[in-house]
Design a protein around this ligand. Structure first.
Ligand SMILES: [Zn+2]
Length: 399
């Protein structure tokens, strides 16, 4: 392969790949899933790679949700740069609550598109279609989802079209990745799964170990096909329920309605998306828009005193700390603790689809994620690693 000049993307420099690079984002991959699968003997590739390659713990972006983190990984930058800070946000210009899965909300280019523009062949496979248009923005390459796989891809993988709520949706991503690396030998591939299994099954459970064993087999095949692999996660995952199995929920809209008058404040849950069966739109992060003239600091202090709240911050301090775009966050930013989620009004959450005790994410408690390479990677001591350093380490720091 020819060695081209390094590329500059969002203020960072990336060396041209020396071998095909596959960057994998395992949705909801709490570190304990890998630990437990390795311990059970279900994940020989992970066991070997953590030993012979390089394995780190990195911080994802808070809110620890799927879209902000996938976009951070592929742009090498936090949401303050690329603009995607949730699945869902309140657009004060239009007065509407809208899905943020349209590329018009994206404020930065991706590493994927930059390499494709420079002549690299690039392939992206995602589980859910909601991410496809964001990841594929301005990308001159193949960008497909398992959810909307076409007949050619079904034939290539030999799989039936998977349900959006299934382990197979993620398996399809890997099956397609293996076939495409064998057939096309792309320079760069990005694979992104879905966290359906992690929302249902705790680390070490039979379902979780089976899922990690499945991924492990495909990762070994990608490696056998000659790929350098960088694997990270968009966020972790924790139990958000009590001993009785009922979710621990702070219904913040109900509280603000009681304090300020019904509908005076507006609570936005950026986890909200059309796929609510596995989490009921309940996560550990919320933002609130307050009525004009409200004493934001006093309300923040009142929320901070609620049991289960981890952080209750004013917009400016939250955006500085979590690297978020100020124009897309409310007056307050709220993060709940490891075992607690934040809801809007009790009446607005349909929890009938939850067929297992709630596991979810969104908070600081889901920020620690794996960052694993099947090559030796060297980083300077004391560096705070982020999941969005995956491309940097894979391209610039392999020894
Ligand atoms: Zn996710």
């Amino acid at each position: 392969m020819d060695r081209r000049a390094a590329l500059e993307v969002n203020g960072r420099s990336y060396r041209w790949m020396r071998e095909p690079l596959v960057v994998v984002c395992v949705d909801g991959c709490e570190n304990a899933y890998i630990d437990e699968a390795v311990r059970a003997g279900a994940a020989p590739w992970f066991a070997r790679t953590r030993d012979k390659g390089s394995a780190f713990i990195a911080d994802c972006v808070v809110p620890s949700f799927t879209n902000p983190n996938n976009l951070s990984i592929v742009s090498g930058a936090p949401p303050s740069v690329h603009g995607i800070c949730g699945n869902y946000f309140y657009d004060p210009d239009s007065g509407q609550e809208v899905m943020m899965n349209d590329p018009r909300y994206l404020r930065a280019g991706t590493i994927l598109a930059a390499f494709a523009d420079a002549g690299a062949s690039v392939v992206v496979v995602t589980a859910k279609d909601k991410l496809r248009t964001l990841l594929g923005h301005k990308l001159k390459g193949l960008c497909i989802s398992a959810e909307k796989a076409d007949p050619d891809m079904l034939e290539l993988t030999g799989m039936a079209l998977p349900s959006v709520y299934s382990a197979e949706l993620s398996e399809f991503v890997f099956a397609a990745g293996v076939k495409l690396i064998e057939r096309r030998r792309p320079d760069l591939m990005y694979l992104s799964t879905t966290d359906y299994v992690q929302h249902k099954a705790a680390p070490g459970s039979a379902a979780a170990n089976a899922f990690y064993a499945m991924m492990d087999r495909y990762l070994a095949q990608l490696e056998a096909a000659g790929a350098a692999i960088a694997l990270t996660a968009d966020h972790g995952m924790n139990d958000k329920h009590g001993a009785d199995g009922a979710p621990n929920v702070i219904y913040l809209q109900d509280m603000l309605d009681a304090w300020l008058g019904t509908g005076a404040a507006r609570v936005i849950l950026p986890i909200t998306d059309p796929y609510v069966v596995h989490h009921g739109a309940l996560g550990s992060f919320a933002t609130a828009y307050l009525p004009k003239g409200a004493d934001a600091r006093a309300i923040a202090a009142r929320i901070a005193a609620l049991p289960g709240i981890d952080e209750s911050l004013l917009r400016a301090e939250a955006c500085a700390r979590f690297e978020l775009p100020e124009d897309r966050m409310g007056d307050l930013v709220l993060v709940s603790r490891r075992d607690t989620v934040i809801g809007t009004s009790r009446a607005r959450h349909d929890l009938s689809g939850l067929d297992a005790p709630l596991r979810s994410h969104g908070g600081i408690s889901e920020q620690r994620v794996p960052l694993v390479f099947n090559r030796r990677v060297e980083v300077e001591a004391g560096r705070r690693l982020r999941n969005f350093d995956a491309f940097d380490l894979a391209l610039n720091c392999v020894t």
